[in-house]
Write a protein that binds this ligand. Structure first.
Ligand code: FES
Length: 127
């Protein structure tokens, strides 16, 4: 088994002649997005560790909602590791930004309905 640990700045310098079984990417979403673009091109299976905003960590508040392979997933209960080639990073990063304001959170509640908030009753998101 060959293991290479690296940072993004070195990642484009793949070791010539080496076979990579899997890539594990952990870090900022924008970094993981570009790692998965590269590994998809190189056909390297890639696991990402998603780190969206989490509120209750029980799958009820919806704060960590992601789209993975076209399905709604919650990083706190379904992950946080996912197949990086299936994660909608653009949507995940957009949601992260929207969570910074009350208006953004309200829009997410409106757009995502029950999948945004399961009604934990603690964070006020169900009101
Ligand atoms: S933190 Fe995952 S649903 Fe609330």
């Amino acid at each position: 088994m060959y293991v290479r640990m690296t940072v993004l700045t070195d990642f484009t310098e793949m070791d010539e002649g080496k076979h990579y079984d899997v890539c594990v990417a952990i870090g900022p979403m924008i970094m993981m997005k570009f790692v998965t673009i590269l590994t998809k091109k190189l056909e390297i299976p890639t696991v990402v560790s998603m780190n969206p905003i989490m509120v209750d960590g029980t799958g009820m508040c919806g704060a960590c909602r992601l789209m993975v392979g076209g399905e709604v997933k919650f990083a706190c209960v379904d992950g946080p590791e996912f197949d990086g080639h299936l994660v909608d990073f653009d949507l995940a990063m957009k949601r992260q930004q929207m969570y910074k304001t009350e208006e953004g959170r309200a829009l997410l509640r409106y757009q995502e309905g029950a999948t945004h908030h399961g009604g934990c009753g603690h964070c006020g998101g169900d009101k």
